[in-house]
Design a protein around this ligand. Structure first.
Ligand code: BG6
Length: 541
C-alpha cells in the first residue's frame, strides 16, 4: 500500500524582518563574490546591525572630506546593512535633496574610489536625510528623537544609533547633554544600542579633558563612548600590533637590553591650510603630540595584552602612558623644543610663514613644531629615550617609527672601510607604507669591506590591494561595537598629564624667537642639538 500523499504546505509569507534579513544575507554573499581573491582569508568581515548613523556637524569640512566618504565606501563594498540610515544634523537649513546634492559633490572630490559607482550611490542617497538643528534648542532635539523613532518603523533601523560628533569641540558638552535630556542615550531592554563617537581634540589640557569626561559620562556609560584618534585606524598602525605580537623573533630584543633609542616622526609638508583659527588654539603639542604621537609611542612600548579585547589592549596602553616621566619645568626647558615656521620653500614652491597664514595672529606664539625626549619608567624601557617630533611645513610628509638597536659589543670591522652603523628597524606608517631592517653586509670582493644595507617590505607589492582609509576602519568598528581602536577616558587623561606640564611651563616662560625654522627644513636648530647632546641624530627620512 502506497503511503497517503501529504500535500506540501504553501511557503509561509515572509515578514518584513525576514525580507530584510534575506537582503542583508544577499549583500554579504555579493560581498564575498566581489572580494579580490588576494584578500580572501585576510580578514573576517562582519556586517553591523541595522542602525541609524546620526552625524552632527554634517555640513563641516571633516564630515565632507572624511566621514561621509568613509561611510559611502563601506556602503559601496557592502559592509553596511540594507537597513542603514544616515541622519545628517547641522545648523544650516537644507532640504534632504539639497544636502544629497552637496554630498554627491564632495564624494566626487574626496571618495577613495572614483568614479562613483552609480547604483551604489543611488541606494546610498536614498538613505540620507537632513535635520536642521541648533544645538542649544530643546525642541530640535525632541524632533530628532521623534525622527529616529520614525526611521525605526519605516527603515527597520531597530533602535540602534551611533551619534557621531564631527563638530567644534566646544559643542560636545551641549550635544551630549541634549541627547541625555531626550533619552537618546538609553539602552533599555530590546530598545537597541546607543553609542557616541567624539572627535579629537578631547579637551585642551588635563583639567578640561577630565571635566569633559565627567560631562560625557553623566549621560553615556564609558562602554558607549568612542573617542577617535584616526591614527589608530591606519592600516600600518594596526599592523604594528601584528608585527610585535604575531612574530616571535622581535619580542626578545624589544627592550632596554637591545634597543638604544626610539624615534617617532609625524612630519607634514602642508601648512595650516584653512584651519588657522583652529590651529592658533591648538599648536603642534595639542594637535599631534597629545594624541597621534603618544598613541604610536604606547603601541611600540606596551606589554603584550592578554587579548585584543578593547579593555585588555587599553589597559596596557594606559600602563605606558602612566609610566612616562612627567616633565618638570627644568626638563621641559632642556628636553622639549618648540618651533614655528617662517617663509621658505616646500617641494620647489615658495610658501609663506605661519604668521602670514589666514586667520593667524601676525604676532602668534603658537608652535607649528614640537619635539622632545621622553622616558618610560618601567622595567622594559628604563633608560631608553623616545625622541618624538611633529611639525608642519617640513620637507615632506612622512610618519615613521624607528627602533635603533645598540651597537655590537665589539666593533670587529672598525678597521675595514665602512664600519657598519647599528641596526635599525623602521616602520613607515605613511606614505610608502612598509617596514625596513638595516643591517651590515659584506661588499662582494676579495677585501673585507662592510656596508649597511636595507631589507625592505612594502605593502603595495606584497598585498596588491588598497588599504581602507582609517575612518572606514574606525566607523565600521564603532558600528560593530568594537572599541579597541578608540581611546578610553583614563587613557586620554593620562596622555594629557604628560602634555599639560609642557604647555603650562611654556605659558610661564618667554617663547623662543619665532619664527625659528624656515618652511621646508627639518625644524629648529635646537631640535638637532637635543639629540647631539645625547650623541645621536635624527634619522634622515
Ligand atoms: C589631524 C590634525 O589630527 O591629523 C591635522 O588635526 C593633521 O593637523 C592630520 O594634518 C594628519 O593626519 P594624516 O592622516 O594626514 O597623517
Amino acid at each position: 500500500m502506497s503511503p497517503a500523499r501529504v500535500p506540501t504546505p504553501p511557503p509561509p509569507a515572509q515578514t518584513a524582518r525576514q525580507l530584510r534579513e534575506t537582503a542583508t544575507a544577499a549583500r554579504r554573499r555579493q560581498r564575498s563574490d566581489d572580494l579580490n581573491p588576494l584578500r580572501q582569508g585576510l580578514r573576517l568581515e562582519k556586517v553591523p546591525d541595522p542602525g541609524a548613523f546620526v552625524l552632527f556637524g554634517a555640513t563641516g569640512d571633516l564630515a565632507h572630506r572624511k566621514v561621509i566618504p568613509a561611510i559611502y565606501q563601506l556602503w559601496r563594498t557592502n559592509l553596511l546593512p540594507v537597513e542603514f540610515s544616515l541622519v545628517a544634523v547641522a545648523r544650516r537649513p537644507y532640504s534632504d535633496d539639497a544636502f544629497r546634492t552637496d554630498v554627491r559633490a564632495s564624494l566626487e572630490k574626496f571618495s577613495r574610489v572614483l568614479p562613483l559607482d552609480e547604483s551604489a550611490w543611488t541606494e546610498f542617497a536614498k538613505r540620507i536625510t537632513y535635520q536642521q538643528l541648533n544645538f542649544e534648542d530643546d525642541s530640535g532635539f525632541d524632533r530628532l528623537a521623534a525622527r529616529l523613532d520614525a526611521l525605526d518603523a519605516e527603515r527597520g533601523t531597530g533602535g540602534n544609533r551611533v551619534f557621531y560628533l564631527a563638530t567644534h569641540p566646544s559643542q560636545v558638552t551641549d550635544i551630549v547633554r541634549q541627547l541625555g535630556r531626550v533619552g537618546l542615550d538609553h539602552e533599555l531592554r530590546n530598545s537597541g544600542w546607543r553609542r557616541v563617537v567624539i572627535e579629537k581634540p578631547f579637551g585642551r589640557d588635563y583639567e578640561s579633558a577630565r571635566a569633559l569626561n565627567h560631562e560625557v559620562n553623566k549621560v553615556f556609560r564609558e562602554s558607549q563612548v568612542y573617542r577617535i584618534d584616526h591614527y589608530l585606524g591606519k592600516e600600518t598602525v594596526r599592523n604594528l600590533m601584528v608585527f610585535r605580537f604575531g612574530n616571535g623573533i622581535f619580542e626578545p630584543v624589544w627592550n632596554r637590553s637591545y634597543v638604544d633609542h626610539v624615534q617617532i616622526t609625524v612630519a607634514e609638508s602642508i601648512g595650516v591650510e584653512n584651519r588657522g583659527a583652529f590651529y592658533e588654539e591648538t599648536g603642534a603639542s595639542r594637535d599631534i603630540l597629545q594624541n597621534h604621537l603618544l598613541q604610536l609611542m604606547t603601541l611600540v612600548a606596551m606589554e603584550p595584552p592578554s587579548s585584543f579585547h578593547a579593555d585588555a589592549l587599553r589597559d596596557q596602553k594606559l600602563a605606558v602612558l602612566r609610566a612616562i616621566t612627567t616633565p618638570t619645568p627644568d626638563q621641559v626647558r632642556r628636553d622639549i623644543v618648540r618651533g614655528q615656521y617662517g617663509p621658505g620653500w616646500v617641494q620647489g614652491e615658495p610658501v609663506s610663514g605661519y604668521r602670514e597664514e589666514p586667520q593667524v595672529d601676525p604676532q602668534s606664539e603658537t608652535e607649528s613644531y614640537v619635539s622632545g625626549r621622553f622616558t618610560i619608567d618601567d622595567w622594559r624601557w628604563s633608560g631608553v629615550p623616545f625622541y618624538l617630533r611633529a611639525g608642519k611645513r617640513l620637507p615632506k610628509r612622512a610618519t615613521e617609527i624607528a627602533i635603533q638597536f645598540k651597537e655590537v659589543p665589539l666593533r670587529l670591522f672598525r678597521e675595514s672601510s665602512g664600519d657598519p652603523a647599528p641596526n635599525v628597524l623602521a616602520m613607515r606608517i605613511q606614505p610608502d607604507e612598509g617596514i625596513m631592517l638595516r643591517f651590515a653586509a659584506k661588499v662582494p670582493g676579495l677585501g673585507l669591506d662592510v656596508r649597511t644595507v636595507n631589507m625592505d617590505f612594502a605593502y603595495d607589492t606584497s598585498f596588491v590591494v588598497d588599504s581602507p582609509d582609517a575612518y572606514e576602519t574606525l566607523i565600521l568598528d564603532a558600528l560593530l561595537g568594537d572599541a579597541s581602536l578608540f581611546t578610553r577616558a583614563d587613557e586620554v587623561e593620562a596622555a594629557w598629564s604628560v602634555v599639560t606640564p609642557i604647555i603650562n611651563s611654556w605659558a610661564d616662560t618667554a617663547p623662543p624667537h619665532f619664527p625659528n625654522y624656515a618652511a621646508g627644513t627639518w625644524g629648529p636648530e635646537a631640535a638637532e642639538e637635543l639629540l647631539q647632546r645625547d650623541g645621536r641624530r635624527w634619522r634622515r627620512i
